[in-house]
Design a protein around this ligand. Structure first.
Ligand SMILES: [Zn+2]
Length: 339
């Protein structure tokens, strides 16, 4: 009898341990070390040759990084592998070969999301980007995507305009934010309440001054009903002119339809050089707590996803808890349409 009770007791202990292991989330321990949960508002599902680590890898990395939701784009251009280049370029800057617009990028993204269970699907906020912004037919592509995948898209972007070396590598006329072919797209975006994510360098590295500011300012000013997110605060590699902070304050005061994302090089170059947040920028975030968001700007590869998104922890720690929460997660939902 005693033996039977002992066996039952041992069995009960073992089963409860197995049950505990199965119900515990593999990431719950890791996630506890972060004070703020994040929504990543800038990530590309594919790279410059439209390859990706895959949606499952991305979702797993989001779990590891305590990222709940993500704004995900394809990549509007793809790099040409010429017949004379022995090595295959994967990044646009790998060699001098041009890039061309690749509309199928939106389908790659939509199909990857379609296969997911609802719980995971709900964490992804996809945007349409696979059109040529200097082609007046651009809007047709956007409408086609909306028709093919209804109720999927929450915005348009990331649209590439001025983008350092990429500008001269792109076939055709230099895309600029104020080009007339974008007018119907800005209008459509306002009608459908779809915000637009825009990459448009504020200046060029040679002159290191805000040469191209007027292009963006015209687009923002002429489309007051279109919500525009200016990615990377208009900053790019090699551009670091005096007065970006003052320009940012002026634009935010003037245009209520303007928002910023602080992903990519602007964070290391300007906002937190050597990992120390600049008090000037802390003051700007506190002055405009609803207008900034954070993102990874990963392109198809997600192996260093966790460190890329958690680089913002030094910033969150320097802000008031309310502002930190806004930048980390809340602002994204205020900006995006309800679905
Ligand atoms: Zn990007």
């Amino acid at each position: 009898m005693k033996k039977t009770i002992l066996i039952i007791a041992v069995l009960l202990v073992c089963t409860s341990q197995i049950f505990a292991q199965n119900t515990e989330s593999p990431n719950s321990v890791e996630n506890k070390k972060y004070n703020y949960r994040i929504n990543d508002i800038h990530c590309h599902y594919v790279d410059f040759i439209q390859n990706t680590d895959g949606i499952d890898v991305l979702l797993k990395q989001m779990d590891h990084a305590a990222v709940d939701n993500i704004v995900l784009f394809g990549l509007s251009v793809t790099k040409l592998w010429t017949d004379f280049d022995r090595e295959r370029p994967t990044y646009y800057d790998d060699n001098d070969a041009p890039v061309y617009y690749y509309a199928f990028t939106d389908v790659i993204l939509a199909e990857a999301i379609k296969k997911l269970p609802k719980k995971q699907k709900d964490r992804i906020y996809p945007m349409i980007c696979g059109f040529n912004p200097v082609d007046k037919n651009g809007l047709d592509h956007i409408k086609r995507m909306v028709e093919m995948y209804p109720d999927l898209w929450v915005g348009i972007g990331e649209v590439f305009f001025r983008h350092d070396d990429l500008t001269r590598m792109t076939y055709g006329r230099n895309p600029t934010a104020n080009c007339t072919s974008m007018e119907p797209i800005y209008q459509y975006a306002a009608e459908k309440n779809l915000p637009i994510w825009i990459h448009s360098d504020i200046g060029d590295p040679v002159a290191n001054k805000p040469t191209f500011l007027y292009e963006m300012e015209e687009a923002i000013k002429n489309n007051p009903k279109t919500k525009i997110v200016w990615c990377h605060v208009g900053n790019t590699r090699g551009v670091d002119f005096e007065g970006l902070d003052e320009t940012t304050i002026r634009l935010l005061n003037t245009y209520p339809n303007l928002y910023y994302d602080i992903s990519w090089v602007v964070f290391e170059q300007i906002i937190a050089p050597n990992g120390k947040p600049d008090p000037k920028w802390i003051a700007i975030f506190e002055q405009f707590p609803t207008r900034f968001m954070v993102g990874t700007d990963k392109i198809g590869g997600f192996s260093d996803y966790v460190q890329t998104i958690r680089k913002y922890d030094v910033l969150f720690d320097a802000l008031t808890p309310e502002t930190a929460k806004r930048l980390a997660s809340e602002n994204m939902f205020e900006l995006l349409p309800k679905r």
